[in-house]
Design a protein around this ligand. Structure first.
Ligand code: ZN
Length: 143
């Protein structure tokens, strides 16, 4: 089993550059996760990606800090043994300067080997310089 350190390897969120090469964690979500105070994610998609990476890295404090206060849970429990397999951003829409939606599919495998697709349309709101996750609607497969 190869131990890949997500903090030095490609970003867990899977973002690629213009030439389709994976962007490293430190240059991608790491900027926001590791310097929350000074480096807010600049747009809803970047925040969405950084929250996915925070799930992969089990960074509960980042997830809570980027959750809008009106919807923020008291705490976050990570399901043991879950392996996140990838993030796919399906669409992003900017509704106005302070509201945006991102639709994504995140894939995971549970400790018992069950694969799950989480398909969600998430709503984000900006307050000052910072974007927050507000809430999401799970998208159920049609067939
Ligand atoms: Zn990233």
């Amino acid at each position: 089993m190869s131990a890949i350190d997500p903090t030095t390897g490609p970003c867990p969120c899977g973002r690629t550059d213009r030439r389709d090469k994976p962007i490293g964690y430190a240059l991608c979500c790491g900027r926001y996760l590791d310097d929350f105070e000074n480096t807010p994610a600049p747009d809803a998609e970047s925040l969405m990606r950084s929250r996915y990476s925070a799930f992969v890295l089990q960074r509960a404090e980042y997830l809570l800090a980027t959750w809008h206060a009106s919807k923020r849970p008291a705490s976050i429990e990570f399901e043991p043994g879950v392996k996140w397999l990838g993030l796919d951003i399906r669409s992003r829409s900017v509704l106005d300067a302070d509201h945006a939606e991102v639709e994504f599919v995140a894939r995971q495998r549970s400790s018992t080997g069950t694969a799950t697709r989480l398909h969600e349309r998430s709503r984000f709101v900006r307050e000052g310089e910072r974007w927050y996750y507000l809430e999401g609607d799970l998208q159920h497969p049609v067939a």
